[in-house]
Design a protein around this ligand. Sequence first.
Ligand code: FAD
Length: 402
Amino acid sequence: MESRSFDLVVCGAGATGLASAWQIKRRFPDLKLAVVDKENSVAAHQTGNNSGVIHSGIYYKPGGSKAINCRKGYLYLLDFCEKYNVPHEVCGKVIVASKEEELEGLEQIMERGRANGLSGLRFLNPEETKKIEPFVDCVQSIYVPQAGIIDYKALCLELQKQLEDQGVSFFLGDKLRDIKRSVQRLDLYFENKKIESRFLINCAGLYSDQLAKKCGFEIDFRIIPFRGEYFEFKPEFEYLVKHLIYPVPDPKFPFLGVHFTRMQLGGIEAGPNAVLALKREGYKKFDFKLSEFIGIMGYRGTMKLGLKHWKKGLEEYCRSFSKKAFVQTLKKMIPAVHADMFEQGGSGVRAQAIDKNGNLLDDFLILADEQVINLCNAPSPAATSCFAIGEMLSEQFEKIYT
Ligand SMILES: Cc1cc2nc3c(=O)[nH]c(=O)nc-3n(C[C@H](O)[C@H](O)[C@H](O)COP(=O)(O)OP(=O)(O)OC[C@H]3O[C@@H](n4cnc5c(N)ncnc54)[C@H](O)[C@@H]3O)c2cc1C
């Protein structure tokens, strides 16, 4: 087993791990830094399988970590993309109320957007909405000019390139299995090597809670995987969607509801739903791993969540197994769509922290001590916010390093 030594190891080569490494390297150019990931390439999980949207920050509770970091991260992200030619486009989006009962929710979104400092937000009537999205039927909508689309994989590859150019070591394709701590250093045991480091930053997404536990943290939540499945428009029907079309989300959940998304690399996706997965990286409907299944279903928080929201859960499973039910939800926004217009698309799995009372943790969560910093809840909009999250983690790191 080979052994190497670093000042800091960042575990996780998704958007948050890479942007954190980038921010830290800017602050400490001489730091001996390594990024590790169990997959052979960057952005292999949440970051590379998401909707590819640059969120504006309209939805999030004013003053909360999501709101602050999404707004800040949005600007950092655009700045980086423009400087280094990462494919992206600020195309705007509409959030549509399909029935009168949703108008109050729409009003609340507008209030949050304004409180979060967004400018140019406008309520649109049905005719005005059709000028932007001709096939949408609604009672009212909000136009959000700041929303955009991006190729997050390209972003991560650019970050990897820049980090490597600055001397950061990448160890891909080897899983961090165990951690032994002593006062001066951490021994990180991988399948094929051992790395010594003074500090560790855990950006391991779907496994961030397990890694935090391995580092000795007592945690009172668990990461629960929620699969998001997509359908794709057949090319001849792509004319039905110009940009991004979102419903009014259910305020009880952090997920935004199935929506239409024009992708940066071409094509239009519809989705994602939010189905409890039976394996942390359970991308397919029947993906199953016994130890993880027990961890997910045997957790008190999952049971409580299921009891509280069984109806919503059932609807999501229906939408997962019935294309007709999925398309029925989409029809509320664009009545002209029908099942034959779509092909099965890909899927992504969200890492959502849940406490033992079945509450979904709403905000980003960081747990740290004098050697380890864990990013333990980084669901959407963490990809949009990655540079702001990275800045937060680098500030945290500065406190323990200096
Ligand atoms: C379906 C879906 C749609 C979404 N849409 C959007 C969107 O449009 N816009 C947006 O801003 N956000 C969106 N999100 C959320 C966003 O993708 C995530 O919040 C963000 O990508 C999290 O990044 P991350 O780097 O923390 O996690 P990840 O991208 O999951 O990276 C974690 C990495 O850690 C590695 N890892 C885990 N355990 C180990 C180990 N033991 N050893 C080594 N490596 C390990 C994994 O291999 C992985 O590469 C969406 C998410 C999903 C799932």
